[in-house]
Design a protein around this ligand. Structure first.
Ligand code: SF4
Length: 393
């Protein structure tokens, strides 16, 4: 029997490219949206048939790009296709990413009616100078409005994405963004340290000295400041960069992302999407036209291999154990359970990674709690990547 999966659907369209963004997304191609959605529906039915329409799905996530550029009617058709092809569990989390500059109250009401129960807004900063530098299409008033509309429409699980470590940003400016964000009283907040990625306008500006290169030490201070403020305001950190409002009746952690961090299976659909299912990791082609054309001429019901998959990697048991440690340690309180790991792989992580775990404990980067939970120490959160690398060959 197949394990319960999550499903990610990539919507690679944006109104305008932000200056820092290196995601697989395109502006100026919105005329391709109908053809893209048509093929996305075909890809859904490909996997539906592959799993004999019996795959249980616990979370669905529309990410991008800017999924909120799609008409609600298109989401309706995608949700119908998903329900026809998968066994969507009753309490499934169904999320979408939205740009505050693209929504209206009516649109959000339609999304809720279609079945979305979680929405994530990329507000990034409340400071107009940095919104301009980042090339965002919205101002902070639109962010406030979008969140008010989402609440008014009936969303009770709302996330905000924030970016820190911006060129020239001071601790005080970051604190103001945090305070402005806290006043919006959402159930979840995600923090991202700005990366200066190659092939972006921001990279060129930094390279040419037009914009200051962000200081990593200052970014670390900003992370600590955010952690302190968020915790003081009733949020708890459950993944290095993710905080949820603590509520004894409702778990506001992002269930979709928890599936990744617990190294559990998910299907990735759409251009540039990644998936992990039946011990295979795969990656789809990136280009929108390529994605459309590769499927257009194929009878998906009779093909064994999904034509849009450009790379397939079989994950052997040892690699799966390494990956389970690397992603699981991102969960700062849940960590990696020794008993769960042993049940899954028939061997204890303490036996397989004896040297690595001993070394990290000795250096105060890992701890074992309740004789079962291996997790990062608080100090290790800022050097998480160095800890995860210990589990790579
Ligand atoms: S809206 Fe998001 S996905 Fe689109 S360009 Fe900006 S950062 Fe990238």
């Amino acid at each position: 029997m197949n394990k319960v999966h999550s499903v990610y659907l990539h919507i690679p369209f944006c109104q305008k490219r932000c200056s820092y963004c290196d995601f697989n997304t395109f502006s100026g191609l919105s005329h391709l949206i109908p053809a893209y959605i048509h093929q996305l529906r075909r890809e859904i039915s490909y996997y539906g048939n592959k799993f004999a329409k019996d795959l249980a799905v616990k979370t669905i996530f529309f990410g991008g790009g800017t999924p909120s550029l799609l008409d609600a009617t298109l989401f309706n058709s995608l949700m119908d296709e998903l329900s026809d092809n998968f066994r969507i569990l009753d309490n499934a989390e169904i999320s979408l990413e939205a740009n505050p500059g693209t929504v209206t109250l009516e649109y959000l009401q339609n999304l809720l009616e279609i079945g979305f129960n979680r929405i994530s807004f990329g507000i990034q900063t409340s400071n107009p100078v940095y919104l301009e530098l980042l090339g965002r299409i919205h101002d902070h008033y639109q962010s406030i409005q979008a969140i008010q509309w989402a609440k008014q429409a009936g969303f009770t699980n709302i996330n905000l994405d924030l970016i820190y470590g911006l060129p020239g940003q001071t601790n005080d400016e970051w604190k103001k963004t945090l305070e402005d964000s806290l006043s919006l009283s959402t159930q979840h907040i995600s923090l991202y340290a700005l990366g200066i990625e190659e092939n972006t306008p921001l990279y060129d500006w930094v390279d040419k000295g037009m914009v200051e290169n962000p200081d990593p030490d200052l970014a670390a201070e900003m992370y600590e400041l955010a952690d302190q403020l968020l915790v003081e305001n009733g949020y708890a950190c459950y993944e290095i960069s993710n905080y949820y409002k603590v509520d004894e009746n409702i778990d506001y952690r992002c269930q979709h992302n928890l599936q990744y961090w617990r190294n559990q299976p998910y299907l990735g659909l759409g251009a540039g999407a990644h998936g992990y299912s039946n011990d295979v990791r795969y990656e789809n082609v990136n280009g929108i036209m390529e994605y459309i054309n590769l499927q257009k001429d194929t009878n998906l019901l009779s093909t064994l291999k999904n034509p849009v998959v450009k790379e397939l990697t079989k994950i052997d048991t040892f690699t799966a154990m390494q990956e389970t440690m690397m992603v699981g340690l991102r969960l700062v309180s849940e960590g990696v359970s020794i008993s769960e790991f042993s049940k899954r792989f028939s061997v204890s992580p303490l036996e397989i990674f004896t040297k690595e775990i001993e070394f990290l404990i000795k250096n105060h980067l890992l701890e074992i709690v309740d004789d079962d939970i291996i997790r990062l120490t608080k100090n290790a959160r800022l050097v998480g990547n160095q800890v995860f690398l210990q589990f790579v060959n």
